[in-house]
Every structure is written in C-alpha cells, then in structure tokens.
Ligand binder design. Structure first.
Ligand SMILES: C[S@@+](CC[C@H](N)C(=O)[O-])C[C@H]1O[C@@H](n2cnc3c(N)ncnc32)[C@H](O)[C@@H]1O
Length: 281
C-alpha cells in the first residue's frame, strides 16, 4: 500500500504515476488534509485556525477549530473571511489585526517561492506549540509538480483577470484533460528548509500529501538532511533520489496512533505543544 519511489527510476512519461499512497491507483492519496488537521485540533478547548487558499471551502468547512479565518482572493466559498492574497493578509495583519493562530494551513499559490514566503510569514504569527501545514508536498508524477508558463498565463487570464466563473489554482485548470492532481512545486519549499539548518520538526504524511512544521518540537531524530543544491537543481530526479530525506515521511496510521494516545492520556488538551512524538525513522 505504501510504495516509496524507485531510487533509480527514470521517467519515460511525465504523466506516469511512479508513487502511490493508497490502494486505489486512480486516487493516489488515501487521506485528505482535513484528516490530519482534525487529528491535531480535536480535543482542544480553544483553537485558532488559518487557511491560505480556501477555494470552494471543502477543507475549511470540515475543520473543527473554535475560530477559523480563511484567505482567498479568487475562491468561491462564502466562508472566506479575507478575500485578499496571503501577501496582503500578512501585511495587514502586521499593521492592524495582530492575529495569531494555532494551526496555519498553506494551500494558496502553488509556486515554491511564494510558499516559502507564506511559511516565513506564518512562522511570525504561529502560537507556541502550533503547527504549519503545507499541502501538495508529495507529488506522485512529474507533470503534477511542473510549473508551466502556459498554465500560469491561463490562470492570470481566466482567474486573476476574472474571465473564469470558477476559481482554481495554477495548473489545476488542466484537470479537464483527466486526473492531473496538480501539486505545483511545493516539495521544493520543503527541500529548501530541510537542506539547511533549521529549528523544530518537519515531517510529511504522504497519504494526505501534506507536510507539518512544528517549530517548537525538537524531540524527534530526523532523517539525514538532503544534499544542498541550488533551487535550479531541485529537479524531479533529485526528488526521486532524495525523497525520504526531503520529506521525512511518516505513515498516517502511526501518526493517528500517536494523536489518539496523546488525546487519551491528556484528555482535553490546553494547547498543541506536546501533540506529537518522534516520527518513525
Ligand atoms: C488548491 S486551492 C485550495 C483548496 C482548499 N485549501 C481545499 O483544501 O479545499 C488553492 C486556492 O488558492 C488560492 N490562491 C492563489 N493564490 C493565492 C494567494 N496569493 N493568496 C491566497 N490564496 C491564493 C486560489 O484562488 C485557490 O482557490
């Protein structure tokens, strides 16, 4: 069920799925991001949740937090509380609102440099012990993580400039051609952090295609860091070669077990500080 990528594999087709994180090859992720979010938030008496990129609200509406803020300039959900870009949100927040959050889900623009910016901004307003979660960090095929000029030109024309009645991110608009499962190059934002000295714990739950960042926790023994390369050298081949060093993966089952155990021991939790033990190495 849990297949790690071939270390020496060479893709013949960019559209070939080389990894699968579910028993169903047509739906390569067995879990949804909200499964992870709610495991960490459930049992908290009070929690403040921020989602960057709400779109139709399919995750946002299911999140069990006591306060929820959602940012999206183009999304269609009525639940969006801030209809602006994340960049504008963070600037306004630092001048005027001064909100802080226990859980920040980053799922807005899917280009690594912008995701890296969102992470940096999110770290500034994360409550102690809180989590940042990135979506789309475990792509299963090359095409899904490509940043193509045509996709983003179309995104600007149809979504940003308002020609399209429906709102989607970047390359997801290619989905009419069949299952693309567009991820953007979010994995490169993870690689950029993991390859340099960093504080806290970073691990990925591939079955939900998410990476969690907890800057407070230092108890885990992480896998070795991936080799340092420039951004331009973060190729698909590098990803396949150094997949587990980049993502520091943990299976959903053990993750769920740790959360359940922690919840059973502590009952109603006061905050997220101790909400995790070391991942399997
Ligand atoms: C993949 S969708 C989000 C899906 C949603 N989180 C969910 O789980 O259902 C990405 C969303 O990010 C939004 N987006 C794109 N650029 C953004 C930005 N700079 N700031 C905030 N949101 C952005 C898009 O409008 C799009 O609705």
């Amino acid at each position: 069920m849990f297949l790690y990528p071939e270390k020496s594999g060479t893709l013949e087709e960019e559209d070939e799925m080389v990894i699968c994180f579910s028993p169903d090859a047509n739906a390569p992720y067995a879990n949804e991001p909200v499964d992870v979010i709610n495991l960490l938030l459930e049992g908290l008496e009070k929690s403040a949740y921020l989602e960057i990129g709400v779109d139709t609200g399919s995750t946002f509406e299911k999140v069990c937090a006591t306060t929820k803020h959602g940012i999206d300039p183009y999304g269609t959900s009525d639940a969006i509380t801030h209809k602006i870009t994340s960049q504008m949100f963070f600037a306004m927040n630092s001048y005027f609102w001064h909100n802080t959050y226990d859980f920040i889900f980053i799922d807005g623009c899917h280009m690594a440099p912008i995701i890296a910016q969102d992470i940096g901004n999110a770290l500034q307003i994360l409550n102690p012990g809180g989590y940042i979660m990135l979506h789309d960090t475990a792509p299963v095929k090359k095409i899904a993580q490509r940043i193509l000029l045509t996709d983003y030109e179309r995104f600007i024309k149809e979504v940003v400039a308002g020609e399209s009645p429906y709102n989607v991110s970047g390359g997801a608009i290619r989905a009419g051609d069949g299952w693309i499962g567009y991820n953007g190059d979010a994995w490169k934002a993870v690689a950029s952090i993991r390859m340099r000295p960093h504080e806290g714990l970073i691990y990925t739950i591939p079955e939900a295609c998410v990476t969690l960042i907890n800057p407070t926790l230092t108890t885990a023994t992480p896998r070795p860091a991936p080799p340092v390369v420039s951004f331009a050298d973060l190729t698909w081949e590098y990803y396949l070669e150094h997949w587990d060093e980049i993502l520091n993966p943990m299976q959903f089952g053990p993750f769920e077990g740790v959360c359940a155990e922690m919840f059973a021991i502590k009952g109603i939790r006061e905050n997220l500080t101790h909400a995790f033990a070391a991942p399997e190495v």
